[in-house]
Every structure is written in C-alpha cells, then in structure tokens.
Design a protein around this ligand. Structure first.
Ligand code: SF4
Ligand code: MSK
Length: 647
C-alpha cells in the first residue's frame, strides 16, 4: 500500500480499527460508504443549499442562488419558503422516527401489562409508580400491571389529537412552558404535530417561512418531550433504569473463538430478549458443537447503546463502523431492527458468511433473512434468530478472520437517576460546582458519524477541548461511542479534564464524559436540564449549557437539535444543514431564534473553533447569572484558559 494511500485512509477515520478494515475492504474491492460518497461527488448544489423542491408534480423546481436563473418555483414559492418547507419536512421525518419507536415500545409495554407478551416484564416498578404519580394515576395498593395499563392508556392519548399538551412536557420549567404557550408552539399531540407539518408543507398551504419554522419547533418538541421521552421512560420500566456499568468498545470486542452476533439499529425490544436467548444453555451447547467457545453479543449504533446502558453489552462501533464489522470476517449475524442501518450491509455481507437478519416489518432489506418480530412470541423468536446465527458459524472462513486492535474499556449507564444518585440524590453538588466555577457548564455532544468528516474526529476533539476547559460533557448515540473508543469515558479519564472538573470527577468517581444513552435518550438530557433549571428557579436558556452535533447526518438529528434549541439550549452543528439558500432562514435560526426561545443554532465544522463558540456562550450565561465568569470576548482559539477571569 502506498504512503499516499495510507494517508488517504487516515483522512477517513481517526480510529485504528476502522483504518485496518477500510484498507482491507479496499484491497478486497468491497465497496463502503466512503467509496459511495466519492461516487456521488460533486453533490447537487441546489439540494445542498435546500433550494430544490419536489413537493408536487408541477416541479421539480430549483431556485438559482445567484439570481441569474429562476427565483421562484412553478407555484411561486421563493427560496425562503422552499428552504423552510424542506427543513420542516426533515424535522417531521426525524421526529416521526423517534416517536414511532416510542409507540412500538408503548404497544409492547401495554401488551406486557395485559400478559399478552412473551419475554417481557416490569423490571423497574419504582419508576412505573413514579410515572403513574406524574400522570395523576392512583397507584396505592394497585398491582403494577394495573397501573401499567392505565399509564399506557394515557400515553396513547399523547400520540393523538384529543390533548392540548403532551404529558411529559409537564416536566419543563414553568417559564419554558409559558414561553411555548405564548409562541403557540406548545406540543399538543405527537402524531398531530407531525401530520400538521406535512400538511403545512404541501403546495399552497403555509407560505410564510417564519410560520413554517415555528411549527417546525413545535413538531420537534413533540419528539423530545413526547415520543422520545415515551421511548426512554418505558424502556427503563421494562428493561431497567440504567446504572453505571463498565464495558468495552471498538471492533476488538469481536471474538475469534466465539459466535459473534451484532445487534444494530435503535429499538431495544428484540435485542433485550436476544440477550436472554444468547444465554440459553442449549444454544451455547449448539455453538460449542460447531467448535465455538460461546456466543458473543455486541452492539452497533443505538441498539448497542441501549444494551450497553442496561446490560453492559460490549459495543462494536458507531454508524460508520457497521460495514466494517462485517469486513472482520468474524461476524456470524447482524440482527437489525430499524434506523441508521445502511442498505449496503447486505451487499457487504454477501462477501462473507454473515447473515443479515431483519426483524421489523417496517424495515425490510433486500438480501436479508426476514424474521418478523412478534412480541407475543418474543422469547421464541429470539431463540430462533440466535440459532440461525450459531448455524452460520461453520460457514466462517478462519483464514479471512481479522479482528483489529484490542478493545478499549468504557463506562455507560448515566441515566438522570444515576447521575443524581452519584451526586447523593440531589443536583445541589453539581449546581454548587457550577456556581463556584470549578465546572463552567455542561454540554451535550450528540449525534452521528458522517463520511464527510473523518470518523469521530469532530466528537473526540470537541469533547477533549470542552473537558480540558472544565466543561462537563454528556454524550448519547454515536458521539458516545466515539468518545468511548478514544478512551475518554472512564473515571481515570478525569486526568484529561481541567483542574476543576477533574477534582469533581475524582471526588465522585465518575468520568468527565457521561454516557446518557441512545438517540431517543436525548430526552434524558432535557430532563436533566429541566431539573437543574427548576432547582435554581430559572428557565433552561439561562443555564450555562450548550448542545453540539459535530458529525450529524440523520433527520432524527435535525429533530433533536431543534427540540434542544426550542427547549432553550444553544446548539452548534458540525455539518452544514441544507438551509443556506435562504439568508432569511439562516438569520432566523442563527440569530432571531435567540429572542424567541432564548437559544439558537451555529454551524462550525472545526471542532476547536466550535469549542470556542461554546465556551463563549457558556461564559456569557455565567455572566448573566452573576457567577464568576471569563470575559467571553477574550476566549480565542489557542488562548490561555485563565485569561480574564472575573467574578
Ligand atoms: Fe415546484 Fe412549488 Fe411544486 Fe415545489 S411545490 S415542486 S416549488 S411547484
Ligand atoms: S445511531 S441517528 S447515526 S447517532 Fe442513533 Fe448514530 Fe445518528 Fe443513527
């Protein structure tokens, strides 16, 4: 391999495990996501700017950003309307994905309560009872199943059109709720806001970009405080509320001597019962009869995060590692549910003995074996799937197995309950540390990988910058996996933090980067922010908090970023969203929103510069709260951390 070639691979990922597998794929002429990106280049300029529209058959239309060509679509829609409509539709798609996941969990939760599901039970009854209390359901003396049926009923209502406020939105600070009310963006029903977004973006409905974007905020809020929160809370009740747990991460978690099964996607319903099935002595015996020493389950993307958080299942990788896990030649089966699973995995699998097994009737893959998941037969189906994987083991070619690198240890399980537990049951110690300045603030670094950015570079570098400046980082989704691979998520990683954050982490025995879960678990970030705001008697936008999605790709990430901003947390994106064809939309999102919801978006692809934007924002919030602060304007790329401290 030439030096140039090796340097080229280094530009695709910062991880040694991925590098080795990309090189192998190149050598064996197996196409991966990076090849397909190259084949697409140059990507469409109109689409990149958000200036193309195919919402009706008078089009497709595009707007000339330089004004030399058409400035309006056939219907008369201008750049502002087209960009806002496109953005609104993306948010609706992302919010729908999370919320449909939430509904799937809710349906199985109800079936479990009614005794109609196999392999499920109420694991965290205390959480169930506390949710019942939140929803005004009398729980005293009632059996858990009865409470669960009533709770399920209330939550189903939240998906519809009868309510005026989704139930979990009660958790938001009073000032935030008043703001949503006054703006007319209080989320009413989960499905309702999404359907209305699609309605408004039909030709000839909402032809005002400001009005469209306000509804986009409402739609996203129905995800964060609605569908996603339903998914998180009920998953906790059924599978256990996460507690701190150690595990391992990167492609090194695959085992040459075992049947390897990767669980990929987002929904924990099937994967939780697969974990049980993989411990079935008969299946382990079957694996041994084929010469394997056991069955090794590993996670990918957010199904992996769900399993890591609750069961400590090792994690093979994040979004851009999914094809590479197959390229190890050591994977017997990739079991997929839905979301973020590249259609390409079945093509890569054809080059090996790997079976791709799809399980959701909503997400079939040409070339995969489909085993329809039915919660009534959850345990039975799980055993059937694990058996299929085990039976693939004899087809493995040991000469093609190459498991790169040793796994890295990491830690997950930081639910809000676990964080408060580590703090002694109250946010007071964290608030005190923020007040005295030993912790400057907190940032949620979330979201995906995107092949336009070297895999994990944005997540890892931004997080490093933030923790070294005493900013606590919470992570979810693929951002969490990136930080885990980089060794930034262990109690001893506190040594990478600035002196203030380091002291707090060492005293509590926690990492400076806390894993809060999967993509839907960004709802935990909202709950934590609301708890801090309520403790201080302020609104969320007054807190020294920020969000970042350095490598986002997905429509779900657009929905997340939007509900985080609409909840009062300024967010920096590392990948340019397709809105730059409308200076008015850009101005509104990057500036005007601040006066509306108290937070805004910024776009910065360089993680070091992004960290400066975030630190300036955090110090500005500290100044406004009359806490010790560093003069925001003095924070520059490469400046000394102590410059200009006042207080
Ligand atoms: Fe063109 Fe308007 Fe139809 Fe969009 S909605 S495709 S801009 S005519
Ligand atoms: S899996 S949405 S690539 S974070 Fe949740 Fe990762 Fe983004 Fe999918």
């Amino acid at each position: 391999m030439s030096a140039n070639h090796a340097a080229g691979v280094k530009r695709l990922t910062i991880n040694e495990d991925s590098r080795q597998m990309i090189e192998r794929a190149q050598k064996e002429q197996i196409e991966t996501v990076w090849d397909r990106l190259t084949a697409q280049e140059p990507q469409c300029g109109y689409c990149s700017l958000g200036l193309s529209c195919r919402n009706c058959a008078m089009g497709p239309c595009r707007i000339d950003p330089f004004g030399d060509g058409p400035t309006k679509g056939v219907c008369g829609a201008d750049a502002d309307v087209i960009v806002a409509r496109n953005l609104g539709r993306s948010i609706a798609a992302g919010a729908s994905a999370h919320s449909d996941h939430g509904r799937d969990i809710l349906e199985v939760f109800e079936a479990t309560a009614k005794g109609e599901a196999s392999g499920y039970k109420i694991v965290d009854e205390a959480k169930l009872r506390s949710l019942a209390q939140e929803f005004g359901i009398a729980a005293d003396g009632k059996p858990a199943a009865e409470i669960a049926v009533e709770l399920a009923d209330r939550l189903f209502e939240d998906f519809g059109s009868r309510g005026s406020k989704v139930g979990f939105s009660r958790r938001a600070p009073v000032l935030r709720k008043e703001r949503w009310e006054s703006l007319g963006i209080y989320p009413r029903g989960i499905d309702r806001e999404n359907v209305e977004m699609l309605h408004r973006t039909h030709m000839g409905v909402d032809n005002d970009h400001v009005n469209l974007l306000l509804h986009a905020l409402r739609t996203s809020l129905s995800d964060g405080w609605g569908g996603s929160m339903v998914a998180t809370e009920l998953s906790d009740v059924m599978f256990g509320t996460p507690k701190p747990v150690f595990s391992e991460v990167n492609l090194g978690v695959l085992r040459a001597d075992q049947v390897n099964i990767a669980l990929h996607g987002h929904n924990p319903l099937l994967s939780e019962v697969i974990v049980e099935a993989a411990m079935d002595p008969e299946l382990i015996k079957l694996a041994q009869s084929y010469g394997a020493s056991g069955i090794n389950l590993v996670g990918l993307c957010c199904t992996g995060n769900e399993l890591l958080m609750r069961k400590g299942v090792p994690m093979a990788g994040n979004h851009l590692s999914q094809e590479l896990a197959i390229v190890t030649g050591a994977l017997e089966a990739m079991i997929v549910d839905y979301q973020c699973i590249m259609p390409a995995v079945t093509d890569v699998a054809k080059c090996y003995h790997t079976k791709v097994i799809s399980t959701s009737d909503k997400a079939k893959f040409t070339g995969a074996t489909h085993i329809s998941f039915d919660p009534k037969r959850g345990s039975e189906i799980a055993r059937e799937i694990v058996k299929l994987a085990v039976e693939a083991f004899p087809n493995r070619n040991p000469d093609r197995v190459r498991i790169p690198v040793e796994p890295v240890r990491w830690m997950g399980g930081f639910s809000v309950e676990a964080i408060l537990g580590a703090l002694g049951g109250t946010p007071a110690p964290l608030v005190d540390a923020i007040k005295n300045g030993s912790i400057r603030g907190a940032v949620a670094v979330v979201g995906c990988n995107n092949p336009k950015i070297p895999q994990d570079y944005g997540h890892v570098e931004l997080t490093r910058q933030l923790i070294s400046h005493d900013i606590l980082v919470v992570v979810t989704g693929c951002a969490a996996v990136a930080n885990g691979k980089a060794g930034q998520m262990l109690p001893e990683s506190a040594s990478m933090a600035g002196p203030g954050l380091r002291a707090v982490c060492e005293a509590l025995g926690i990492p400076p980067v806390l894993h809060m879960g999967s993509c839907v678990d960004n709802s935990r970030v909202l709950v934590l922010a609301a708890a801090l705001a309520q403790f201080l008697g302020v609104d969320i936008d007054q807190l020294p908090l920020a969000g970042a999605a350095p490598e986002w790709y997905s429509e779900k990430a657009v929905a997340i970023g939007t509900y985080v901003v609409a909840s009062g947390i300024t967010t920096v994106l590392g990948v340019q969203p397709p809105i730059f064809g409308s200076p008015n939309v850009v101005k509104l999102l990057s500036d005007g929103l601040d006066g509306v919801v108290g937070a805004k978006f910024a776009v910065e692809s360089d993680p070091i510069k992004a960290s400066v934007i975030i630190r300036r924002h955090i110090e500005t919030k500290r100044k406004e709260l009359q806490l010790p602060y560093q003069e925001p304007d003095l924070i520059q790329v490469g400046e000394m951390a102590a410059a200009g401290t006042k207080g």
